[in-house]
Design a binder for this molecule. Structure first.
Ligand code: ADP
Ligand code: 5GP
Length: 199
């Protein structure tokens, strides 16, 4: 049997952060859809206790679990980092991420500020942090509303309140991308990825 190819070089972690609705998921998905980049980058799929939005698919955007299962995985140390956002839990599965990195694959994650901070601390030399800025708060609200028509008024209000706080952290990130025109923002992200993954 042929020995599996191994590389001593770890892959890189690309953490995409920014307010809800700023376009993190859209940008990361577009990046991975690029033919060349898609071979070099995989998306980490978090687990969450938040209810599934109508267009979301199990195992694509998230693995949807109940709070009991989330706690079980946390206790079993299956979650590398986690956060609580608007009353729901979100966490990064440990094993897939570690395997991908050891296989020299680059991993992209959409995380809140806490997740970005923790991964940068855990893997300081391998983590690139990118903050996605919306063109304005009004546009951000429109995008949150437009994404899912079932999002309740109260939830939109809470996400907007958090967004105002989160925007203040933009300066702490390695890169900031203004997501006004989607194709311009995707090109910027591609440039960052190609530059950072080659060093
Ligand atoms: P996040 O992952 O940051 O919460 P999403 O990627 O889900 O945000 O984007 C929120 C909504 O905004 C989605 O409906 C998405 O299609 C839309 N969107 C993202 N980027 C743009 C853009 N540049 N112009 C217009 N709509 C956008
Ligand atoms: P949403 O409900 O909009 O999908 O996600 C809410 C917030 O949780 C977003 O900022 C998203 O990036 C973040 N998030 C999603 N998964 C994880 C995770 O596994 N860890 C952390 N720290 N944040 C996450």
């Amino acid at each position: 049997m042929k020995a599996a190819k191994r590389s001593n070089k770890l892959g890189k972690i690309f953490v995409i952060s920014g307010p809800s609705g700023s376009g993190k998921t859209t940008l990361l998905t577009s990046l991975i859809q690029d033919k060349k980049i898609g071979k070099l980058l995989v998306k980490s799929c978090s687990i969450t206790t938040r209810p599934k939005r109508s267009q979301e698919r199990e195992g694509k955007e998230y693995f949807f679990v109940n709070p009991l299962e989330f706690r079980r995985q946390l206790k079993a140390k299956k979650i590398l980092e986690w956060t609580r956002y608007l009353g729901y839990y979100y966490g990064t599965p440990r094993e897939p991420l570690e395997k991908q990195l050891q296989g020299a694959k680059n991993v992209g994650l959409c995380l809140d500020l806490k997740g970005a901070r923790i991964l940068k601390k855990m893997y300081p030399c391998n983590t690139v942090t990118i903050f996605v800025l919306p063109p304005s708060l009004d546009v951000l609200k429109e995008r949150i509303q437009g994404r899912c028509r079932h999002t309740k008024h109260q939830e939109i209000k809470q996400r907007m309140l958090l967004a105002r706080k989160e925007l203040q952290a933009a300066g702490k990130f390695d890169y900031c991308i203004l997501n006004q025109n989607l194709s311009v923002a995707v090109e910027e992200l591609k440039t960052i990825f190609l530059q950072e993954s080659s060093t």
